[in-house]
Design a protein around this ligand. Structure first.
Ligand code: PEP
Ligand code: MN
Length: 339
């Protein structure tokens, strides 16, 4: 259930609602919009009668939510949410670009990419330190050393760090080195990991599971939000279909569908969907045209020599060409692109 609070309600009246909920063992999650305060009610509501809420002076209306997710639903924040990661707004009018190699291989490799993406308007440096590989014999990532390299290089270029965490045991260490946690497609329904990143309060990029429906994906987001962490962006990265021409099928329609179902910002990863560098630029442009708030793209100084995902990583000059096109497209769409 969601409680819409009257616009002229006093602080004391809002507190009265929260106290009433808490006295019934329920948790109040507050969403402060530009015009309205909305309270998401989480917990077992069977012992609370709707009448006892409706009589409170600050309550304008009660909205029952049928979906299994509530805090992630559009009703909780109808104008759309945005959040700040160290001065970078995700979900605002400005498009957010995240880029970097699939995996951190060396400081030199990361530095070369970071220098380039910085000049192309990227705000986040990506790079896998804990790599979730299909085979246990494939390169597993530099782990802690990888995170340290990312932080060092990102600070050099005033970029934010985003990197995947695959185990709740690594969150505490990673917290000192990254600005945003990526939850990968393979862990999109690892509910204990989702709850742990929720508790950490660190901003999250939540990728869509390889076979996750949009509603299931929003359920994953709800696991994080119900722990009090609202700083989440959803990342469409392709789903598994019968088609084999691409690594996964990028679900472009997920972008407008999400915009109707949730207030959370939407980022698209065309690299893992395409699996081939040649498809990354057209899919990027399509994603922005469909309403995505940003892109996360793999860029490697020498893709052919990459230790993972060699076929899909863009060369720095290809990334530059693509971002020039996105910059031009942003103008048509009434969005801004970083200088
Ligand atoms: C990645 O971004 O490094 C990655 C492994 O992506 P995904 O989880 O979407 O496969
Ligand atoms: Mn990759």
């Amino acid at each position: 259930m969601i409680i819409v609070v009257k616009p002229d309600a006093s602080e004391a009246q809002v507190k009265e609602i929260i106290d009433h909920l808490e006295s019934h063992g329920l948790t109040a999650h507050i969403s402060k919009g530009s015009e309205r305060l909305i309270i998401g009610v989480i917990g077992d509501k069977s012992r609370l009668s709707a009448d006892s809420l409706e009589v409170l002076p600050a309550v304008e209306k009660l909205v029952p939510i049928m979906e299994s997710y509530k805090l992630a639903s559009k009703a909780f924040c109808p104008e759309g949410s945005s959040f700040d990661v160290g001065g970078v707004i995700i979900g605002g009018n400005e498009l957010v670009m995240m880029a970097g190699p699939c995996a951190v291989e060396s400081e030199e490799q990361v530095d070369e990419v970071a220098a380039k993406i910085k000049t192309c308007g990227a705000k986040f440096l990506r790079g896998g330190a804990y790599k979730p590989r299909t085979s246990p014999y494939a390169f597993q990532g530099l782990e802690r050393e990888g995170l340290k390299i990312l932080r060092k290089v990102a600070d050099r270029y005033k970029l934010k760090v985003i990197s995947e965490i695959t185990s709740e045991n690594d969150i505490e260490f990673a917290a000192d080195y990254l600005d945003m946690i990526q939850i990968g497609a393979r862990n999109a329904q690892n509910f204990r990991l989702l709850s742990a990143v929720g508790k950490s309060g660190i901003p999250v990029l939540l990728k869509r599971g390889i076979a996750e429906t949009i509603d299931e994906w929003l359920g994953s987001a709800e696991y994080i939000m119900s722990e009090g962490n609202y700083k989440i962006a959803l990342c469409e990265r392709g789903i598994r279909t019968f088609e084999t021409a691409t690594r996964s099928t990028l679900d472009i329609s997920a972008v407008p569908v999400l915009k109707g179902k949730t207030h959370l910002p939407v980022i698209v990863d065309p690299s893992h969907a395409a699996g081939k560098a040649a498809y990354v630029s057209p899919l990027s442009l399509a994603s922005i045209a469909a309403g995505a708030d940003g892109l996360i793209i793999e860029v490697h100084p020498n893709p052919k020599s990459a230790m993972s995902d060699a076929a899909q990583q863009l060369k720095p000059e290809e990334y530059q060409k693509l971002t020039n096109e996105i910059r031009a497209m942003a103008v048509i769409l009434g969005r801004t692109y970083p200088e």
